[in-house]
Design a protein around this ligand. Sequence first.
Ligand code: NZQ
Ligand code: ZN
Length: 379
Amino acid sequence: MENFTIHNPTVLHFGKDVIRKLGSIVNSYGKKALLVYGKGSIKNNDIYTQVMQQLTAADAEIFEYSGIKSNPVVEDVDAAAALGRQNDVDVIVAVGGGSVIDSAKIISITIPVKHSGWDFYSDKARPQKAVPLIAVLTLAATGTEMNMFSVIQNHHVGRKVGYGHRLMYPAHSFLDPAYTFSVPADYTAYGIADLIAHCLENYFGKGKATLTDRFIFSIISEAVERAPKVLNEPTNYEHRAAIMFAATAALSGLTSFGKGMGDWGVHSIGHVLSLLYDVPHGASLTIVYPAWLRFHKKELNVQINLLGRAVFGTQSADDAIAAFEKFFQNIGCPVRLPQAGIGSEKKEEIIEAMKHNGVQGSHHKFTPQQMEELLELMF
Ligand code: NZQ
Ligand code: ZN
Protein backbone atom coordinates (compact mmCIF):
# COMPACT_ATOMS: atom_id res chain seq x y z
CA MET A 1 0.00 0.00 0.00
CA GLU A 2 1.33 3.47 -0.90
CA ASN A 3 1.46 6.23 1.75
CA PHE A 4 -1.39 8.73 1.69
CA THR A 5 -2.71 11.89 3.36
CA ILE A 6 -6.42 12.62 3.64
CA HIS A 7 -7.58 16.22 3.60
CA ASN A 8 -10.72 17.35 1.81
CA PRO A 9 -12.01 20.77 2.94
CA THR A 10 -15.09 21.01 0.67
CA VAL A 11 -18.42 21.26 2.50
CA LEU A 12 -20.82 19.16 0.44
CA HIS A 13 -24.58 19.78 0.63
CA PHE A 14 -26.36 16.83 -0.95
CA GLY A 15 -30.09 16.31 -1.49
CA LYS A 16 -33.47 17.78 -2.34
CA ASP A 17 -33.71 21.57 -2.24
CA VAL A 18 -30.28 22.07 -0.66
CA ILE A 19 -30.11 25.28 -2.70
CA ARG A 20 -32.12 26.94 0.09
CA LYS A 21 -28.88 27.30 2.06
CA LEU A 22 -27.03 29.05 -0.78
CA GLY A 23 -28.04 32.65 0.07
CA SER A 24 -26.82 32.60 3.65
CA ILE A 25 -23.56 30.90 2.69
CA VAL A 26 -22.90 33.49 -0.05
CA ASN A 27 -23.59 36.17 2.55
CA SER A 28 -20.96 34.76 4.86
CA TYR A 29 -18.32 35.62 2.23
CA GLY A 30 -19.52 39.10 1.25
CA LYS A 31 -21.88 40.99 -1.04
CA LYS A 32 -20.27 40.87 -4.48
CA ALA A 33 -20.70 37.61 -6.36
CA LEU A 34 -19.33 36.51 -9.73
CA LEU A 35 -21.90 34.13 -11.21
CA VAL A 36 -20.36 31.77 -13.80
CA TYR A 37 -22.31 29.37 -16.01
CA GLY A 38 -22.34 27.66 -19.40
CA LYS A 39 -24.22 27.96 -22.64
CA GLY A 40 -27.67 28.32 -21.15
CA SER A 41 -29.00 24.93 -20.00
CA ILE A 42 -29.61 26.47 -16.55
CA LYS A 43 -32.06 28.89 -18.14
CA ASN A 44 -34.02 26.08 -19.82
CA ASN A 45 -34.67 24.36 -16.51
CA ASP A 46 -35.46 26.17 -13.26
CA ILE A 47 -31.90 26.26 -11.89
CA TYR A 48 -30.99 29.82 -12.91
CA THR A 49 -34.19 31.17 -11.31
CA GLN A 50 -33.57 29.30 -8.06
CA VAL A 51 -29.95 30.47 -7.82
CA MET A 52 -30.95 34.06 -8.58
CA GLN A 53 -33.65 33.95 -5.89
CA GLN A 54 -31.01 32.94 -3.37
CA LEU A 55 -28.54 35.61 -4.48
CA THR A 56 -31.22 38.30 -4.50
CA ALA A 57 -32.44 37.29 -1.04
CA ALA A 58 -28.79 37.55 0.10
CA ASP A 59 -28.79 41.10 -1.25
CA ALA A 60 -25.81 40.23 -3.39
CA GLU A 61 -24.49 42.40 -6.19
CA ILE A 62 -24.21 39.97 -9.10
CA PHE A 63 -21.70 40.02 -11.98
CA GLU A 64 -22.54 37.40 -14.58
CA TYR A 65 -20.18 35.55 -16.90
CA SER A 66 -21.91 33.02 -19.15
CA GLY A 67 -20.94 30.99 -22.21
CA ILE A 68 -18.33 28.63 -20.75
CA LYS A 69 -18.10 25.89 -23.36
CA SER A 70 -18.01 22.17 -22.81
CA ASN A 71 -14.29 21.23 -22.95
CA PRO A 72 -13.58 24.73 -21.61
CA VAL A 73 -11.01 27.15 -22.99
CA VAL A 74 -8.57 29.55 -21.34
CA GLU A 75 -10.03 32.63 -23.11
CA ASP A 76 -13.21 32.33 -21.02
CA VAL A 77 -11.20 31.86 -17.85
CA ASP A 78 -9.22 35.04 -18.47
CA ALA A 79 -12.27 37.12 -19.47
CA ALA A 80 -14.26 35.99 -16.42
CA ALA A 81 -11.27 36.60 -14.13
CA ALA A 82 -10.95 40.14 -15.53
CA LEU A 83 -14.63 40.78 -14.76
CA GLY A 84 -14.18 39.49 -11.22
CA ARG A 85 -10.98 41.49 -10.66
CA GLN A 86 -12.48 44.71 -12.04
CA ASN A 87 -15.40 44.44 -9.63
CA ASP A 88 -13.44 43.14 -6.67
CA VAL A 89 -15.78 40.19 -6.09
CA ASP A 90 -15.94 38.45 -2.71
CA VAL A 91 -17.12 35.05 -3.90
CA ILE A 92 -17.64 33.00 -7.07
CA VAL A 93 -20.81 30.99 -7.64
CA ALA A 94 -20.32 28.45 -10.45
CA VAL A 95 -23.45 26.73 -11.75
CA GLY A 96 -22.99 23.85 -14.18
CA GLY A 97 -21.06 20.70 -14.95
CA GLY A 98 -17.34 20.00 -14.88
CA SER A 99 -16.50 22.57 -17.56
CA VAL A 100 -18.05 25.46 -15.62
CA ILE A 101 -16.71 24.41 -12.23
CA ASP A 102 -13.21 23.65 -13.57
CA SER A 103 -13.12 27.09 -15.20
CA ALA A 104 -14.31 28.71 -11.97
CA LYS A 105 -11.51 27.04 -10.01
CA ILE A 106 -8.90 28.71 -12.21
CA ILE A 107 -10.83 31.98 -12.25
CA SER A 108 -10.69 31.91 -8.43
CA ILE A 109 -6.86 31.85 -8.41
CA THR A 110 -6.47 34.15 -11.45
CA ILE A 111 -8.55 37.05 -10.04
CA PRO A 112 -5.90 37.94 -7.40
CA VAL A 113 -3.08 38.08 -10.00
CA LYS A 114 -2.43 39.96 -13.25
CA HIS A 115 -1.48 37.14 -15.61
CA SER A 116 -3.38 34.53 -17.64
CA GLY A 117 -4.91 31.52 -15.91
CA TRP A 118 -2.88 29.37 -18.31
CA ASP A 119 0.30 30.27 -16.44
CA PHE A 120 -0.80 27.94 -13.65
CA TYR A 121 -1.12 24.99 -16.06
CA SER A 122 2.18 25.74 -17.75
CA ASP A 123 4.00 25.93 -14.42
CA LYS A 124 4.91 29.60 -14.86
CA ALA A 125 3.02 30.61 -11.72
CA ARG A 126 1.92 29.19 -8.37
CA PRO A 127 -1.32 30.34 -6.75
CA GLN A 128 -0.97 32.46 -3.62
CA LYS A 129 -4.63 32.92 -2.76
CA ALA A 130 -8.09 32.23 -4.13
CA VAL A 131 -11.49 33.90 -4.15
CA PRO A 132 -13.82 31.45 -2.33
CA LEU A 133 -15.70 29.22 -4.76
CA ILE A 134 -19.22 27.88 -4.33
CA ALA A 135 -20.21 25.19 -6.84
CA VAL A 136 -23.77 24.29 -7.81
CA LEU A 137 -23.46 21.03 -9.74
CA THR A 138 -25.90 20.28 -12.58
CA LEU A 139 -24.27 17.19 -14.16
CA ALA A 140 -22.95 14.06 -12.44
CA ALA A 141 -19.62 13.05 -13.96
CA THR A 142 -16.27 14.58 -13.11
CA GLY A 143 -16.12 14.75 -9.31
CA THR A 144 -14.78 18.31 -9.61
CA GLU A 145 -17.32 19.35 -6.95
CA MET A 146 -15.16 17.76 -4.25
CA ASN A 147 -11.63 17.75 -5.59
CA MET A 148 -8.85 20.23 -6.32
CA PHE A 149 -8.44 19.56 -10.04
CA SER A 150 -9.25 21.54 -13.16
CA VAL A 151 -8.78 20.69 -16.85
CA ILE A 152 -8.62 23.42 -19.49
CA GLN A 153 -7.81 23.68 -23.21
CA ASN A 154 -5.49 26.17 -24.84
CA HIS A 155 -5.77 25.96 -28.63
CA HIS A 156 -2.94 28.47 -29.16
CA VAL A 157 -0.46 25.99 -27.77
CA GLY A 158 -2.45 22.87 -28.77
CA ARG A 159 -2.87 21.47 -25.28
CA LYS A 160 -5.54 20.19 -22.90
CA VAL A 161 -4.09 19.63 -19.44
CA GLY A 162 -5.06 19.22 -15.83
CA TYR A 163 -3.82 21.15 -12.84
CA GLY A 164 -4.45 20.70 -9.14
CA HIS A 165 -3.82 22.85 -6.07
CA ARG A 166 -5.29 22.73 -2.56
CA LEU A 167 -6.59 26.32 -2.97
CA MET A 168 -8.89 25.03 -5.71
CA TYR A 169 -11.20 22.88 -3.62
CA PRO A 170 -14.66 24.45 -3.73
CA ALA A 171 -15.48 25.94 -0.31
CA HIS A 172 -19.04 24.61 -0.65
CA SER A 173 -20.72 22.40 -3.23
CA PHE A 174 -24.47 22.02 -3.69
CA LEU A 175 -25.68 18.75 -5.18
CA ASP A 176 -29.41 18.40 -5.77
CA PRO A 177 -29.98 15.23 -7.84
CA ALA A 178 -33.16 16.83 -9.27
CA TYR A 179 -30.89 19.39 -10.97
CA THR A 180 -29.67 16.56 -13.20
CA PHE A 181 -33.16 15.48 -14.38
CA SER A 182 -32.73 17.56 -17.55
CA VAL A 183 -29.31 16.19 -18.53
CA PRO A 184 -29.84 14.53 -21.95
CA ALA A 185 -29.30 10.78 -22.39
CA ASP A 186 -25.92 11.17 -24.14
CA TYR A 187 -24.34 13.33 -21.42
CA THR A 188 -25.92 11.17 -18.71
CA ALA A 189 -24.13 8.18 -20.24
CA TYR A 190 -20.85 10.07 -20.72
CA GLY A 191 -21.01 11.08 -17.06
CA ILE A 192 -21.47 7.47 -15.99
CA ALA A 193 -18.58 6.40 -18.22
CA ASP A 194 -16.43 9.16 -16.74
CA LEU A 195 -17.05 8.14 -13.14
CA ILE A 196 -16.26 4.51 -14.02
CA ALA A 197 -13.07 5.68 -15.75
CA HIS A 198 -12.02 7.55 -12.60
CA CYS A 199 -12.37 4.31 -10.65
CA LEU A 200 -10.35 2.44 -13.28
CA GLU A 201 -7.54 5.03 -13.42
CA ASN A 202 -7.12 4.62 -9.68
CA TYR A 203 -7.58 0.83 -9.73
CA PHE A 204 -4.66 0.55 -12.15
CA GLY A 205 -2.54 2.87 -10.00
CA LYS A 206 0.56 1.80 -8.17
CA GLY A 207 -0.15 0.49 -4.68
CA LYS A 208 -1.93 -2.58 -3.35
CA ALA A 209 -4.88 -1.38 -1.26
CA THR A 210 -7.56 -4.04 -1.07
CA LEU A 211 -10.11 -1.91 0.81
CA THR A 212 -9.76 0.84 -1.78
CA ASP A 213 -10.21 -1.78 -4.52
CA ARG A 214 -13.45 -2.83 -2.85
CA PHE A 215 -14.65 0.81 -2.82
CA ILE A 216 -13.81 0.91 -6.53
CA PHE A 217 -15.73 -2.30 -7.32
CA SER A 218 -18.73 -1.01 -5.36
CA ILE A 219 -18.82 2.35 -7.11
CA ILE A 220 -18.50 0.76 -10.57
CA SER A 221 -21.17 -1.85 -9.71
CA GLU A 222 -23.52 0.87 -8.51
CA ALA A 223 -23.03 2.78 -11.76
CA VAL A 224 -23.43 -0.31 -13.96
CA GLU A 225 -26.63 -1.30 -12.17
CA ARG A 226 -28.19 2.17 -12.13
CA ALA A 227 -27.18 3.22 -15.64
CA PRO A 228 -29.99 1.56 -17.62
CA LYS A 229 -32.48 2.59 -14.95
CA VAL A 230 -31.55 6.27 -14.99
CA LEU A 231 -31.52 6.32 -18.79
CA ASN A 232 -34.97 4.74 -18.78
CA GLU A 233 -36.35 7.06 -16.10
CA PRO A 234 -34.35 10.31 -16.23
CA THR A 235 -36.55 12.06 -13.67
CA ASN A 236 -36.37 9.29 -11.08
CA TYR A 237 -34.82 11.01 -8.04
CA GLU A 238 -33.34 7.86 -6.47
CA HIS A 239 -31.53 6.80 -9.66
CA ARG A 240 -30.17 10.31 -10.26
CA ALA A 241 -29.09 10.54 -6.59
CA ALA A 242 -27.27 7.20 -6.77
CA ILE A 243 -25.35 8.27 -9.88
CA MET A 244 -24.57 11.71 -8.48
CA PHE A 245 -23.18 10.27 -5.25
CA ALA A 246 -21.19 7.66 -7.19
CA ALA A 247 -19.64 10.36 -9.39
CA THR A 248 -18.56 12.41 -6.38
CA ALA A 249 -17.20 9.34 -4.59
CA ALA A 250 -15.25 8.26 -7.67
CA LEU A 251 -12.91 11.26 -7.64
CA SER A 252 -12.93 12.75 -4.17
CA GLY A 253 -10.03 10.70 -2.80
CA LEU A 254 -11.83 7.51 -1.74
CA THR A 255 -10.73 5.52 -4.79
CA SER A 256 -7.08 6.53 -4.57
CA PHE A 257 -6.12 5.96 -0.93
CA GLY A 258 -3.08 3.69 -0.93
CA LYS A 259 -2.99 3.55 -4.77
CA GLY A 260 -0.46 6.32 -5.35
CA MET A 261 -1.81 8.96 -7.70
CA GLY A 262 -3.57 6.47 -9.99
CA ASP A 263 -2.47 5.97 -13.60
CA TRP A 264 -4.37 8.53 -15.79
CA GLY A 265 -2.88 7.34 -19.10
CA VAL A 266 -6.36 6.84 -20.59
CA HIS A 267 -7.44 10.34 -19.56
CA SER A 268 -4.35 11.88 -21.11
CA ILE A 269 -5.18 10.26 -24.47
CA GLY A 270 -8.88 11.16 -24.11
CA HIS A 271 -7.91 14.81 -23.62
CA VAL A 272 -6.13 14.78 -26.98
CA LEU A 273 -9.32 13.55 -28.70
CA SER A 274 -11.35 16.29 -27.00
CA LEU A 275 -8.78 18.91 -27.93
CA LEU A 276 -8.62 17.90 -31.60
CA TYR A 277 -12.23 16.92 -32.34
CA ASP A 278 -14.25 18.30 -29.41
CA VAL A 279 -15.21 14.76 -28.36
CA PRO A 280 -17.19 14.95 -25.08
CA HIS A 281 -14.92 13.91 -22.22
CA GLY A 282 -16.78 10.71 -21.21
CA ALA A 283 -17.07 9.59 -24.83
CA SER A 284 -13.33 9.98 -25.35
CA LEU A 285 -12.76 7.58 -22.44
CA THR A 286 -15.11 4.85 -23.71
CA ILE A 287 -13.08 4.83 -26.94
CA VAL A 288 -9.70 4.64 -25.22
CA TYR A 289 -10.43 2.28 -22.30
CA PRO A 290 -11.31 -0.92 -24.22
CA ALA A 291 -8.16 -0.42 -26.32
CA TRP A 292 -6.01 0.30 -23.25
CA LEU A 293 -7.31 -2.78 -21.44
CA ARG A 294 -6.65 -4.99 -24.46
CA PHE A 295 -3.19 -3.50 -24.83
CA HIS A 296 -2.34 -4.30 -21.19
CA LYS A 297 -4.19 -7.62 -21.07
CA LYS A 298 -1.14 -9.82 -20.50
CA GLU A 299 0.55 -7.61 -17.94
CA LEU A 300 -2.66 -6.90 -16.00
CA ASN A 301 -4.42 -10.23 -16.51
CA VAL A 302 -5.03 -10.99 -12.84
CA GLN A 303 -6.17 -7.47 -12.00
CA ILE A 304 -8.55 -7.23 -14.97
CA ASN A 305 -9.96 -10.66 -14.21
CA LEU A 306 -10.59 -9.72 -10.57
CA LEU A 307 -12.31 -6.51 -11.63
CA GLY A 308 -14.55 -8.27 -14.17
CA ARG A 309 -15.49 -10.94 -11.66
CA ALA A 310 -16.48 -8.33 -9.06
CA VAL A 311 -18.47 -6.12 -11.43
CA PHE A 312 -19.88 -8.41 -14.14
CA GLY A 313 -19.32 -11.92 -12.79
CA THR A 314 -17.00 -12.76 -15.71
CA GLN A 315 -14.32 -15.46 -15.49
CA SER A 316 -11.43 -14.17 -17.60
CA ALA A 317 -9.70 -10.92 -18.51
CA ASP A 318 -10.97 -11.23 -22.11
CA ASP A 319 -14.56 -11.57 -20.92
CA ALA A 320 -14.12 -8.67 -18.49
CA ILE A 321 -12.91 -6.37 -21.27
CA ALA A 322 -15.77 -7.49 -23.53
CA ALA A 323 -18.25 -6.83 -20.71
CA PHE A 324 -16.99 -3.26 -20.19
CA GLU A 325 -17.11 -2.60 -23.92
CA LYS A 326 -20.63 -4.00 -24.22
CA PHE A 327 -21.79 -1.95 -21.24
CA PHE A 328 -20.44 1.29 -22.76
CA GLN A 329 -22.13 0.45 -26.07
CA ASN A 330 -25.43 -0.42 -24.40
CA ILE A 331 -25.62 2.98 -22.73
CA GLY A 332 -24.95 4.70 -26.05
CA CYS A 333 -21.25 5.58 -25.85
CA PRO A 334 -18.80 5.19 -28.75
CA VAL A 335 -16.15 2.48 -28.34
CA ARG A 336 -14.22 3.05 -31.60
CA LEU A 337 -12.96 6.29 -33.14
CA PRO A 338 -15.12 6.06 -36.30
CA GLN A 339 -18.21 5.98 -34.07
CA ALA A 340 -17.20 9.50 -32.99
CA GLY A 341 -16.72 10.51 -36.63
CA ILE A 342 -12.92 10.14 -36.56
CA GLY A 343 -11.55 8.19 -39.54
CA SER A 344 -8.19 6.46 -40.03
CA GLU A 345 -6.89 9.43 -42.10
CA LYS A 346 -6.52 11.23 -38.73
CA LYS A 347 -3.99 8.75 -37.31
CA GLU A 348 -0.94 10.89 -37.94
CA GLU A 349 -2.58 14.01 -36.54
CA ILE A 350 -3.57 12.14 -33.37
CA ILE A 351 -0.08 10.68 -32.87
CA GLU A 352 1.48 14.12 -33.31
CA ALA A 353 -0.89 15.65 -30.75
CA MET A 354 -0.28 12.75 -28.36
CA LYS A 355 3.45 13.41 -28.54
CA HIS A 356 3.01 17.18 -28.25
CA ASN A 357 0.81 16.74 -25.16
CA GLY A 358 3.23 14.23 -23.65
CA VAL A 359 0.45 11.68 -23.06
CA GLN A 360 1.55 9.08 -20.55
CA GLY A 361 0.34 6.98 -17.67
CA SER A 362 2.09 7.58 -14.39
CA HIS A 363 2.31 3.86 -13.64
CA HIS A 364 1.84 2.06 -16.99
CA LYS A 365 4.20 3.88 -19.37
CA PHE A 366 4.13 3.62 -23.14
CA THR A 367 6.75 4.42 -25.79
CA PRO A 368 5.89 6.32 -29.03
CA GLN A 369 5.81 2.95 -30.82
CA GLN A 370 3.35 1.60 -28.26
CA MET A 371 1.22 4.74 -28.67
CA GLU A 372 0.73 3.79 -32.32
CA GLU A 373 -0.19 0.21 -31.40
CA LEU A 374 -2.68 1.50 -28.87
CA LEU A 375 -4.20 3.87 -31.41
CA GLU A 376 -4.67 0.98 -33.88
CA LEU A 377 -6.84 -0.77 -31.29
CA MET A 378 -9.22 2.20 -31.28
CA PHE A 379 -10.28 1.62 -34.93
O1 NZQ B 1 -23.14 24.68 -21.31
P1 NZQ B 1 -24.35 24.27 -20.54
O2 NZQ B 1 -25.53 25.04 -20.94
O3 NZQ B 1 -24.10 24.26 -19.07
O4 NZQ B 1 -24.70 22.75 -20.99
C1 NZQ B 1 -23.94 21.61 -20.58
C2 NZQ B 1 -23.01 21.09 -21.68
O5 NZQ B 1 -23.57 21.29 -22.95
C3 NZQ B 1 -24.88 20.46 -20.39
N1 NZQ B 1 -25.54 20.42 -19.06
C4 NZQ B 1 -24.97 20.53 -17.85
N2 NZQ B 1 -25.90 20.39 -16.88
C5 NZQ B 1 -27.09 20.20 -17.51
C6 NZQ B 1 -26.86 20.21 -18.91
N3 NZQ B 1 -27.86 20.06 -19.80
C7 NZQ B 1 -29.11 19.90 -19.31
N4 NZQ B 1 -29.39 19.86 -17.99
C8 NZQ B 1 -28.42 20.01 -17.06
N5 NZQ B 1 -28.72 19.94 -15.76
O6 NZQ B 1 -24.06 19.31 -20.52
C9 NZQ B 1 -23.01 19.59 -21.45
C10 NZQ B 1 -21.70 19.07 -20.89
O7 NZQ B 1 -21.31 19.82 -19.76
P2 NZQ B 1 -19.79 19.74 -19.20
O8 NZQ B 1 -19.71 20.59 -18.02
O9 NZQ B 1 -18.84 19.99 -20.32
O10 NZQ B 1 -19.66 18.17 -18.84
P3 NZQ B 1 -18.83 17.45 -17.72
O11 NZQ B 1 -19.42 17.66 -16.39
O12 NZQ B 1 -18.68 16.07 -18.20
O13 NZQ B 1 -17.40 18.18 -17.72
C11 NZQ B 1 -16.42 17.87 -18.67
C12 NZQ B 1 -15.14 18.62 -18.39
O14 NZQ B 1 -14.59 18.27 -17.11
C13 NZQ B 1 -13.21 17.83 -17.26
C14 NZQ B 1 -13.22 17.24 -18.66
O15 NZQ B 1 -11.91 17.11 -19.20
C15 NZQ B 1 -14.06 18.25 -19.43
O16 NZQ B 1 -13.30 19.37 -19.81
N6 NZQ B 1 -12.83 16.92 -16.17
C16 NZQ B 1 -12.61 17.46 -14.96
C17 NZQ B 1 -12.14 16.70 -13.90
C18 NZQ B 1 -11.90 17.29 -12.58
N7 NZQ B 1 -11.97 18.61 -12.43
O17 NZQ B 1 -11.62 16.58 -11.62
C19 NZQ B 1 -11.83 15.27 -14.04
C20 NZQ B 1 -12.40 14.66 -15.26
O18 NZQ B 1 -11.67 13.49 -15.57
C21 NZQ B 1 -12.42 15.56 -16.45
O19 NZQ B 1 -11.14 15.59 -17.08
ZN1 ZN C 1 -12.67 12.00 -16.36
